[in-house]
Ligand binder design. Sequence first.
Ligand code: PGA
Length: 247
Amino acid sequence: MTKAKPLIAGNWKMNGLRAEAVALAEAAAAAAAASDACEVAVFPPFTALDAVAGVLAGSPVALGGQDCHEAEAGAYTSCISAAMLADLGCRYVILGHSERRHGRRETSETVYDKARAAFRAGLIPIVCVGETRAQRIRGLGDDAVVDQVFGSVPYAEGPMMLAYEPVWAIGTGKAATVEDIARMHDILGGVLDALERDCEGSPILYGGSVSPDNAADILAADGVSGLLIGGASLDAQAFGEIIRAAG
Ligand code: PGA
């Protein structure tokens, strides 16, 4: 069966002043223009979104935010609404990344509310889930991930995506094995079906130490619809190689 075009998504996290972000975006746009085998999106820090939007205008690369607030507007010092992201030209927003769930104690309930806000603003939420090393060692990994999906994914009022990102694989250089990824994506696909929230068949990305060396193998795994890339997306050459690996 032919797969839909995978999404190659670069999450730059809290990296890059505007000049660096512009240079990275230019490189991503050039690599994406040379390959029509995948969709490409970049997720700069909020401060660089406007500058990067200017670079990406007319390019095939989509823009996304790394988070949003669950409210439409109001007295929420420092926060960014989904509508503000849409206003800057974003198509996607990453929600529930482990650096928010575990780093900032964000709950699945909050992620659920943020995903609803994203739909209201016409954004495509990319809801991240993943087990910690401790949960995995104790055999609780599958349950932890399934619980996160049940708690974080609202009724889909538009297209959405899930990202399976085992916490122990993020930024460690130790990606999950292709077998583990295919197994978990199979479980997650089943959960999306069982949810009855109109999200069955939503694309499921993998993230966690994706590199030019493992990207093609992971993309070929059953149930993998794309990659969410942290560290390697900050290296223009490596990100370009991953885009080419998707071909
Ligand atoms: P990594 O990060 O590619 O640096 O492991 C992935 C992520 O956090 O999305």
